[in-house]
Each structure stands twice: as C-alpha cells, then as structure tokens.
Design a protein around this ligand. Structure first.
Ligand SMILES: [Zn+2]
Length: 1036
C-alpha cells in the first residue's frame, strides 16, 4: 500500500525493531534467542600462574555459580563446564553462552577451540547448528578465564596502571537456542538501516533502503517465522542491485592486531594469540572465503610451542591460503629506535621463520600501529624481498593530514616501496556501512587508484573478526550505492594497486608521526638496555666470527645468538621499546636485557679465549700486559682503564687496529697530556691539545674551543651543558605524548648541591665533578671527562630521579648558524630544519623543538665548522635555532606509575669540529663512545697488533660481521655508506677467502653475485646510504 512516509519515524521504527533495549518483548531482536537451560554443573579452580591444560584439569575443582566473582587481577580461573542439551531441542541451533569480564578460552577434547571475550563480541560458542539425535547431548568443556579484560585492567581508564585488586564476575553461563533466521533478518535490516541513514537525504538509494526496511517490518510477524523469508526476499532485492563498473572496491582482510605486550605482560599475549586465532580458525571452517592476515613471527612461535594442536590447524589454513602470514618481521617493532642492524634482524629472523614454517617468505611489510617509520625502511624492505608496505598510524597526525593513502615511499638511498594506508584510518574495522563509506570518501588518491584495504576484526588486545562482521560485508558485496566489498588476500590487494600505480605520487624521506614523541625518552632503562644489548650482540658476533675464522675448532654460538637476538627483537615491540607499557612488561623487558648481558658476557669471553688463547695463557717469566680488542672497523687511539696485578686501575693510551687487537705493555705517551686548572672564580679549564674547555662552578660549559683554530663553540654569555626541567602533562597519552606547550614551562636547573671540583688532575685523563638538585626531589651528579687525544668532552651522568610529570633535558647553545640539523638514523642520517615556516615544518620540526628521534649523534654545522652531540643510550633530541638539546628523562604516570623513578646512568659528549661532520669523523667517534674497547689481562709480552678487517674509505662503515646463516664455513659482513656519497671502497681481510659474493639482507646471493678477489681485497661500489651484504666463504 502506498502511504506517505515520514523519514524520521520510518527510520526510528526500524531502529526500534532491532533494539536490544526497547520493545524487546515484541520486536525482532527479542526473538534472537529461544529456550534457555542452565548448565548441568559448574566448578572451578584458581591459580596465580598461566598453566597448561593438562596441568589444569588435574586440579581439584570446587563448585561455582553464575554471579560469582574471581580474581584478583592476573589470576587464572579454570572452569569445568558439564552440560546436557535437552532432547526436545532437536533440530535447533544450540549455543553455550558465557559472559564474564575476563578473557575466556573454551577447551574441548583437550584443544583450545574458541575465545570468549565480551569486549570482542564473543559471548557464545556454537555447540551444534542443528541438534541431531545421533550426536552426544552431554559433554564436558573447560573454560580458562584470565582475570584481565581485552585491554588489561586499567584502574579508572584504559591506560591507567592496572588495578591489582579487580574482581571479574561471571554474569552468564547457560545453554540457549539460537534462532538463525532471526539473526539473518537482523543483519539485513541493520545494513539497510545504515544505508538509509548514511547515504543521506539526497540519495535515491537511501530512500530505497529505508522503504524496503519499513516494508520488511510490515511483512514480518515476529511470532511467525514463516513470514521471515518474504522479508528477506525484499532485502535481497536491494542487495542484489548491482554497481556500475567504475565503483570503488574495498578489499576486506580479516585481521587481529595483538600487541605483543602492552597493558598486559608477554605471557598473557601468548594466550591472547591462542584465543584470537582459535576463534578465527573456527570462523574459517564455516566461512571458506575468510582471509586472515597475521603478522609477527614471534607470536606464531609462541603458539607453536605452547599450543601445538592449534598450530597444526593454523598450518593447514596457511596451506589453504586463508591464514596469511604477513609482515616478514619477528615482531611489529618500533619504527624509529632500533638500530639498522636490529631492523635487518627483525626481517632476517621473521622471514626465515616464515620460510621454515610455511614454505615462503612474506611479500608485504605490515606495521599498522607503530609511531613513525624510518626513512631507511624502504631499502631494508627491498633487501628482504619486500616491495609492499601497509600501515595506517600516520592518520593520528596532530597537525597535518598525510596527503596520500596509496603512494610510493622513497627512502634515503632512493629505494622505493608501494605503500598503502587503509583510508578508513583503522586496523580494527567491524564491517559496517559507515566504515566502507568512510574508506571511499577519505581516500586521498581518488582518480589514481580505485582500490583500498579494509582491515576488520577487533584488535590491540586481540579478538579478531566475528561472524557478524562477515555477514554484514556479504550484503555489501556488490550493492549499488555502496563500494564493492570483497574479501581479498594482501597479495590480491597489492597486485591491483601495482597495476594502477602509474599515476601514484612519491613521498620522499621519513614518515614522521606527529604524536607520541615522548616515546623516544620514556622508560630510559629500556632504551639503555636496547642500545647496550645491540652493542653486546654486535661484539659477540664480531669476536665469535674472528674466532671461527682464526681457530677452526671454535664453535660459533649460532643458536645462543639466535635466542639472544630474539629476546632483543621482542623487546623492540612497538609498546615496549617506546616505553608505553605497564610495569609488569618493563620488568620482563629488563629481565631479558639482563639475560642478554649475562649470556653475552660469557659468549664474548669464550670467543676472546678462542681467538687469543696463546696470548692469555700465563707464561713463565713473561710480564703482565693487557690485550685490547677493538670491534669497530677503524684503528682507534684511546685511553683505556686496566687493572694491574696489584688490583689497581691504571690508565693507558693505546692504539688498536680495526676489528682486531693489540697487546699493550708499555702505554703510549700522549702527544700532549691533559691539563686541568682550577681558576680563582671556581671555574675549571681543561685542555688536551685538541680541545680546551671551561666549566663554571655549576658545571656549565662556558667555553669549548678547538685548540688549533681557536674557534669557540659557545656563544658569548651562554651556558652549554645547561639542564632544564619542564612540566610535562600531555592531554591523554601520558607515556606517549609530549606537547608543544611544555616548552613554555622551561625552568633552568640552578640549585647547586656540590660545586665543581677537580676529580682527575690530568695527564691521560682530566675530569671535574659537580652535583645539582633537580626539581624537588631529584639530584644529578656529573663527571666531565677529557681524555688525551680525544676530540670530544664526555659527561658521565648519574641521576636520582623522583619526579612526577617532569621532563629533563640538557641544552647546548652553540655558535653555529644553520637552517638544518643532522640526525643519525639507521645506516645513515637525515636533516631536519631548525626553524619552521609551514605547518609541516611546525609539526615535524617544531616537534624537533619538542624532540625528534635520533640515534648516536646529532650535528649542527655551518660551512667549515660544527658541533655534534653524541650519546650512549638516548633517542630524543632537538635542534632549534642554535640550541642543540638532548632529552634525558621523563616521569609519566600512565600506564606505569613507577616509570623512570630511580637511578639512571648515561653518558653524552660534545664534539666541536672543523669541516663537515663527515670529514671530522663525527660518525666514527659516536661509534667509539658506544663501543668501548675491551681490555683483558694477558701474559705474553710480545705480539704484533692484528687486524681482521679494514675498509679503505672513511665513508663506509663495516657494521656487522657474523657467521652466515646455515653456512658455518662462511662469514657475512654488512657495510653501509655513511656520508651520503658515491664511493668505491676496498674491504680488506687477513683471512683467507675462497669466494666473495654480494647477497641480500636475507643472505641470498644477488644477481650481481660474485665479487673478484684482488690483492687489496674486495672492491665494493656504494651510492649514498647503500647497505651491502657480502658473503665471504673462508678457505678451510
Ligand atoms: Zn599496537
């Protein structure tokens, strides 16, 4: 019957028909479930540990009931569920319904079968689709209930520290008849209602959808299911009206972002993976079209070792092409702070795992949730067999909207990868009309590409896709007025983007996230652990490689190194290394660093013993001497500290060849000793013939001169090494964000606890110390050290930190005028402006006033002169105008209320230089600061200095030396061009090399392959920032 319809009343009429709040006594939603039946019995046992099933079921279970609560936080309750389906439910679909605040897992026949998580809309487990007489009506299930929610247990807000005393209530546990026909009709009506609402009053389709939905309500008698097919037919007619050829295609990929640790510890993540993936396998069994993209080799490895049955099922679905491993990395790591070599290992460990477990490597890099992306990543991806990249986090930018969703991203060396940001700005879509419309509307590359990705499934805490998400999207498959929505694999998506790529734009340089910039500083111990353990593993690999090549009996510790690397790589996860995790995670992370330090020290000692056995063995009559080892690829002359036979530490100036060692008996005499003088006004001057410095009583650096040129670095009237404290209260993301307005709260640190005093009088080393009070409760002690022959001044710093929402930095105003500062990144460096003109400048580069990230050094240079700031464990720095600053400590309170409270030790250094930073060797000196020489007591008095490797060009850094994967007779060396220049270099080695081959980062020989061996070694050609890996097959 034709009737006048009021848009609003028609819309609301349909809404009420679907409401789970209003009119459920007479609406369709009220009919979703039929009869109910309580469980036959329910019992439970509780444990503070996360234990395996076999152990759990052997425990004594006590009676439990619905309404009981369990806890506290992080406990686990195992429930034994005995159920008996009433025979009169024959032919019906029966669900086991379970509602609780904690995350549950159903176990059936000793296998994890499905997650039950309220926040992930998973409250029921389907016992049977159609109850048959022949199937068992009684069975026993177990439910493993974690006393934490999908997002942990934050007290008061999601990111607040966990409430240790939370209780978790079981609010429902029963059997219920599920009316599938009602459900299907509800989904039809929901999609039509959304079309009606969202396509808008100017759209013909909106009214068609609305009138159809209205008519369906007319047709439908909720008490009479025989009326449902007619209603469904009306909906099918609308969904069946096809699009034209030009319509946008949304490629839906099932996904489940699982943070490897965040608001819950690593151990809980293992169970999150099992819950989420068991659920998705169940969905795949019922929906053979479902594709699920799964990243992070570490998580698969966890499930492999903890849930072998589930893992075997995953392998089957990988073989079927439904469960698709993506990413290629060990974890979804932080995109800024890991070193170049760490990033290579993320791919090496990841891709090798995927190859071994599933027979192929990943062809997409997948990092949807990381806080910015290094400009070196395109080259690293390409070197690991990856040309495609998916992320979306830049949609969080505070100021500037990133101009593309599909584009080529070009790194600092010129490598390019096809990059896609799902335009819906989320990796946790739910398959709603609103989201697919946003995906099309938001797409910034309209007219260039007509395809985009749509990642659906609950994420962050796990959860993954649901049947309802799939059912919504089935209705949008090809419906006029909506984009086409098809389930695709990542390969299908990127293949069509590649076909359409001729019109795409290119973005050059880093993908900088204008948010979360506090993560370069938060949790300083984690940052320090990362830098230190990167160094330890570097040194162990170098020394073990030399030992293998030198002493054939030595066994390269390949499996121990793999284990230690994997711990380090795990801690580089994008909520751990950035410091945005809870205290439990910090404790785990620090524990892993301790393990790396301990095992690394042992492995290093074993390698040194094997390498230098004769030199270390006590020999009758030989005098005590020291063996000094250098793991860096250039000769170094430095002051070392060695322990004499009397147990006393003495200093010595030594020269050690590149990647080699020297035996030191009689130390060198410095060309000029360090002089230290206290002046009448309490200030202290130090000079070593290279630089001369003056420090005032407060420890300020009032003068820093290059002796040769008399060039002064500190502007008149300014203080360098000036500490400043800022109020640090972000808008919400406490551990993550540092806001622009914090700069307006700057307070120079001026309270002296102990004035500057000479600590070492000079000679090989001079130093002076002082102490300051910082804020209300913190103190800082510094020893300012100048070594003979050293071109930089070192600041060994101890802080007792007891602040709340404060940010400590140290500032160096310098007499340099430049519009750009240079920052070290992975295998290279880049420039960022020291001023701002545009909003992009403002964001990225006034953020560079807040802090931007850098690795071992930052440099501000004008023609002919510059000043560099080096550090041994800091990642936040800034250069604004002529002031270089290093971010030292923060004190956020969420999600870890204890973050950074306690003792800290770190070192930074200032290095003035003539010429460019490249020519002045800033890069090398920053390595020197980070990789101290190793000093071992020796007995042999005579031994020529020995070098295993050297490189002919100062532009080229030999970064890594390791045993080749799967090839015990070969070494893998990795070098990169560090100056930003095109250069040829000779790699020389004292080992007997049989064959040399260029290979990719996965250690596969490349097409250029074979390298001729010549007198001078192997000749290598570099373009700016090029990374080269060379396989050296040793002559046995
Ligand atoms: Zn994440």
């Amino acid at each position: 019957m034709a009737a006048l319809k009021h848009r609003r009343t028609a819309l609301e009429r349909v809404e009420k028909f679907l409401s789970d709040t209003y009119f459920t006594d007479c609406n369709l939603r009220g009919r979703l479930f039929g009869d109910r039946c309580p469980l036959a019995s329910l019992s439970c046992f509780q444990t503070p540990r996360r234990i395996p099933y076999d152990e759990a079921v052997r425990q004594e279970f006590r009676p439990a009931q619905v309404g009981d609560s369990f806890g506290p936080t992080w406990q686990t309750c195992w429930f034994k569920v005995e159920l008996s389906i009433p025979p009169e439910w024959a032919g019906r679909e029966v669900h086991f319904v379970w509602e609780s605040d904690g995350e549950g897992m159903v176990w059936r026949d000793a296998q994890p079968i499905q997650g039950l998580t309220k926040e992930g809309e998973k409250n029921s487990y389907i016992l049977t689709r159609t109850l048959k007489k022949s199937e068992p009506h009684s069975l026993t299930l177990y439910v493993e209930l974690a006393c934490n929610g999908l997002f942990g247990a934050g007290k008061g807000s999601m990111i607040a520290p966990p409430d240790p005393d939370r209780r978790f209530t079981l609010s429902k546990a029963e059997l219920v008849v599920f009316n599938r026909d009602v459900y299907e009709l509800l989904v039809d009506l929901e999609v039509l209602l959304d079309m009606a609402r969202l396509l808008g009053e100017e759209s013909q389709r909106s009214f068609q959808a609305l009138y159809t939905a209205n008519q369906m309500v007319n047709v439908c008698d909720v008490a009479d299911p025989s009326t449902f097919p007619a209603a469904r037919g009306l909906a099918a007619a609308v969904f069946g009206q096809r699009n034209g050829e030009s319509q946008h295609t949304v490629h839906a990929l099932g996904h489940c972002h699982i943070d490897s640790a965040w608001l819950w510890p690593y151990e809980e993540t293992i169970r999150k993976c099992a819950r989420s993936w068991a659920t998705v396998l169940g969905l795949m069994e019922c929906n053979p079209e479902l594709i699920f993209a799964c990243s992070q080799a570490q998580q698969l490895e966890w499930v492999r070792s903890w849930y072998p049955g589930l893992y075997a099922r995953i392998q089957d679905f990988v073989a079927k092409g439904q469960f698709v491993p993506v990413g290629g990395t060990w974890v979804e790591m932080d995109g800024n702070l890991p070193s170049g070599e760490s990033m290579v290992r993320q791919f090496l460990q990841g891709q090798r795992f995927f190859q071994q477990q599933f027979g192929h490597t990943c062809s997409e890099f997948w990092l949807p949730d990381t806080f910015g992306y290094s400009a070196q990543l395109p080259q690293l991806m390409r070197g690991c067999g990856i040309r495609r990249f998916l992320t979306q986090k830049l949609s969080w930018n505070l100021v500037n909207s990133f101009p593309h969703h599909t584009f080529f991203w070009e790194g600092i060396d010129g490598s390019r990868v096809l990059t896609h940001f799902p335009p819906g700005d989320s990796y946790g879509m739910q398959g709603r009309v609103e989201e697919v419309l946003k995906t099309v509307k938001n797409n910034k590359d309209k007219g260039r590409v007509n395809h985009s990705a749509f990642l659906f499934g609950f994420g962050d805490g796990g959860g993954g896709p649901t049947q309802k998400m799939l059912d919504r999207m089935k209705r949008m498959n090809d419906t006029d007025g909506l984009p086409r929505v098809q389930i695709s694999t990542p390969d299908q998506l990127f293949s069509v983007l590649e076909q359409e790529s001729s019109q795409l734009c290119t973005w050059v340089g880093e993908l900088f996230l204008e948010l979360h910039n506090g993560t370069y500083t938060t949790q300083a111990q984690i940052k320090k652990g990362n830098r230190e353990c990167e160094r330890i593993l570097h040194d162990v690999e170098v020394l073990s490689s030399l030992a293998v090549a030198q002493a054939s009996a030595f066994q390269y510790p390949a499996s121990q190194l793999q284990h230690l690397w994997r711990l380090l790589l795990l801690n580089q996860f994008h909520d751990v290394l950035p410091g945005s995790c809870i205290q439990l995670v910090v404790e785990d992370a620090l524990q892993y660093y301790t393990e790396i330090r301990r095992a690394g020290a042992r492995l290093q000692e074993e390698a040194v013993q094997a390498l230098c056995r004769e030199l270390l063995q006590p020999q009758a009559g030989s005098a005590q001497s020291s063996l000094v080892l250098n793991t860096l690829p250039w000769e170094r002359t430095e002051v070392i500290c060695r322990t004499g036979p009397d147990g006393r530490d003495t200093l010595a100036l030594v020269t050690v060849p590149s990647m080699g060692y020297a035996l030191v008996r009689e130390p060198l005499l410095p060309p000029q000793p360090v002089t230290v003088r206290k002046q009448e006004d309490g200030s202290i001057t130090m000079e070593n013939g290279v630089i001369s410095v003056c420090l005032d009583m407060m420890g300020h650096l009032t003068s820093l001169q290059l002796v040769g040129s008399q060039r002064e670095s500190v502007p008149a009237g300014c203080y360098a090494n000036q500490f400043a404290l800022f109020d640090d209260v972000p808008l919400y993301w406490d551990a993550w964000d540092v806001m622009d307005y914090h700069l307006e709260t700057r307070k120079p640190v001026r309270r002296l606890l102990k004035p500057l005093e000479v600590s070492l009088a000079g000679g090989l080393r001079g130093s002076a110390s002082f102490s300051l009070q910082v804020g209300e409760g913190s103190s800082l002690t510094q020893e300012v050290i100048l070594d003979a022959s050293c071109p930089y001044l070192r600041f060994l710093t101890q802080v007792e930190w007891k602040e709340a929402h404060k940010f400590l930095k140290v500032e160096f105003p310098v007499r340099v005028r430049s519009t750009n500062a240079t920052y070290e990144i992975q295998f290279g460096h880049l420039q960022r402006p020291t001023h701002w003109n545009t909003s992009w400048d403002w964001a990225r580069f006034e953020l560079s006033l807040l802090q931007v990230w850098a690795h071992k050094w930052v440099d501000l240079s004008e023609h002919g002169f510059g000043v560099a700031l080096l550090n041994d464990c800091k990642y936040g720095a800034s250069a604004h105008g002529n002031v270089l600053s290093l971010s030292l400590l923060r004190a956020p309170k969420s999600p870890d209320a204890t973050a950074d409270i306690g003792h800290h030790q770190f070192t930074y250094a200032v290095m003035p230089h003539l010429g460019s930073f490249q020519d002045a060797g800033v890069i090398q000196r920053a390595y020197d600061l980070n990789f101290p020489l190793h000093v071992v007591p020796a007995s042999c008095a005579q031994c020529p200095a020995w070098s295993a490797f050297s490189v002919s060009s100062p532009a080229v850094v030999l970064e890594a030396v390791k045993q080749a994967e799967d090839r015990p007779g070969a070494l893998l060396v990795r070098l990169y061009e560090a100056h930003g220049s095109t250069v040829d270099a000779w790699l020389q080695t004292s080992f007997s090399v049989q064959e040399a081959m260029l290979c990719d980062l996965l250690e596969q020989p490349t097409a250029e392959g074979h390298l001729p061996l010549e007198q001078q070694g192997v000749r290598l050609s570099f373009t700016p920032f090029r990374v080269l890996s060379v396989l050296l097959v040793l002559r046995q």
